[in-house]
Design a protein around this ligand. Structure first.
Ligand code: NI
Length: 132
């Protein structure tokens, strides 16, 4: 049984400040203003609307982990992040369902240092798991 609960939708943007303004025009409010993630070399801003949380992610350097994804996807959602009530159990179920870990649990500066990891599935794309 799944213990997963949606935490946010990760959304790539090229121009963070302009994207923030545009999302505000759509009715989102800034939940947490820009934080620099020095591990992934991205700026991150959390927005909320109607109970949904969106994470704007913008690379600040060509060697950022998401620089290649931004080129491929342009401005677009690219992962759903889940909280897990039972990390070991969820990870083994996801792995059995075809998800492959693409990194190991690493602190996320924009999420108070909570550790996160990313996985991909050939049929469901990329997800993020909060490991705690
Ligand atoms: Ni995320």
């Amino acid at each position: 049984m799944s213990n997963l609960k949606i935490h946010h939708i990760g959304y790539l943007v090229k121009k963070l400040d302009q994207a923030k303004q545009t999302f505000e025009a759509l009715g989102y409010r800034i939940e947490q203003d820009t934080v620099y993630d020095d591990i992934r070399k991205v700026n991150i801003c959390f927005l909320v609307k109607d109970g949904y949380r969106i994470e704007l992610v913008s690379p600040v350097s060509p060697d950022s982990v998401v620089a290649g994804l931004l080129k491929k996807y342009k401005n677009a959602p690219y992962h759903i992040c889940y909280e897990t009530g039972n990390y070991e159990e969820d990870l083994s179920r996801l792995t059995a369902s075809g998800f492959l870990a693409i990194d190991t649990p690493t602190p996320a500066p924009a999420m108070n240092g909570r550790r996160v990891m990313f996985l991909t599935s050939a049929v469901a794309g990329m997800i993020e798991l909060i490991v705690d």
